[in-house]
Design a protein around this ligand. Structure first.
Ligand code: HEC
Length: 297
């Protein structure tokens, strides 16, 4: 490694890696850390100094070593060092990939036509191009087999699976986030746990006006099939959430109750349908038939 990368590349490289790590680790708001904290600047300067010092020491050691070597070893060492500084390994790869004949032997590949002094060389295809071509053939063969012979998933199938996955993810999300319901998406809950939770909510908030059995008092009878503001889970949810007509006394409960609770208490209210309360209030509003749901909305 040391022989491959010259010091004028190595020192800045290590320095900027350390600089990057420092900036990443130290939280300094919008400003860079070395501007915000002078100590960081000092630290970085120190790092730079140490890096240069290490290079200098290694250089000095090399010199000392050089003096002790015999002539032949010295020459070998210097040649190696020379080549590393010029990045020969990189330019060798580059040259190999180009595959050009050196200028000196161009006479071997020159074609014998000549248009107004413009001549043509018969170079081989450059290796980078050839290998790219071979790789694309292999890729094409693999692709053909995978998608056309063995019917691998094409992009449409992938889209379908991803959509299905997303759908199930939404379903599970909705299950965990019950409060996402509103009057448009609510459905009648039938789980005993939901209904008993709804009953509890009803008993704390609603009995004062609707009575414990829903028979009605200040508020209307909730057990008959007559509804002032519309029956069915969506309308009932809407009434509880947004309140009744103004001045009638039914407030908008969305301030006190979460959407999930409103869905529960609305389902509980609807479960009272057809029961016979002790003191039923006379029916108010119109008879609600479930088919009317789409018209009423
Ligand atoms: C302060 C008294 C009062 C309380 C408390 C109250 N309501 Fe009401 N409620 C009313 C009145 C009054 C109406 C009639 C509103 C109208 O005519 O616009 C009503 C209407 C309703 C309706 C619509 C009935 C229909 O025929 O369309 C439902 C459903 C309802 N309330 C449910 C509840 C629930 C659930 C609670 C508890 C979270 C509750 N109410 C709490 C007074 C109350």
């Amino acid at each position: 490694m040391r022989n491959l990368i010259p010091s004028w590349v190595r020192v800045p490289l290590i320095f900027f890696i350390i600089f990057g790590v420092v900036e990443y680790v130290i939280d300094s708001g919008n400003k860079p850390a070395f501007v915000e904290y002078p100590a960081v600047l000092l630290f970085l300067l120190l790092v730079l100094l140490i890096l240069i010092a290490i290079e200098a020491i290694i250089g000095a050691l090399e010199n000392v070593m050089l003096h002790r070597l015999d002539e032949e070893a010295k020459a070998r060492f210097l040649a190696e060092k020379e080549s590393s500084i010029k990045f020969t390994w990189l330019s060798n790869i580059y040259k190999k990939l180009l595959g050009q004949k050196p200028m000196e032997v161009e006479s071997e590949i020159i074609l014998d036509h000549n248009y107004d002094g413009i001549k043509e060389l018969d170079n081989d295809l450059p290796p980078w191009w050839k290998y790219g071509f071979y790789i694309s053939i292999v890729f094409g063969a693999v692709y053909l087999l995978r998608y056309h012979v063995f019917q691998g998933q094409n992009q449409y199938d992938e889209l379908d699976t991803e959509l299905a996955e997303a759908k199930t993810a939404i379903e599970t999300y909705k299950k965990t986030a019950k409060d996402l319901v509103d009057a448009n998406t609510v459905t009648l809950l039938t789980d005993a746990s939901d209904l008993s939770a709804g009953k509890a909510t009803f008993e704390t908030n609603c009995v004062a006006c609707h009575m414990a059995d829903g028979g009605g008092g200040i508020g209307p009878n909730l057990t008959d099939d007559h509804w002032i503001l519309g029956g069915g889970i969506k309308n009932v949810f809407h009434t509880i959430s947004e309140g009744g007509r103004s001045g009638k006394g039914m407030i908008a409960w969305k301030a006190q109750l979460k959407p999930a609770q409103i869905a529960q208490v609305a389902s509980y209210v609807l479960s009272l349908q057809g029961t016979t309360p002790a003191n039923p209030k006379a029916p108010e509003g119109d008879v609600w038939v479930e088919e009317a749901a789409s018209e009423a909305k």
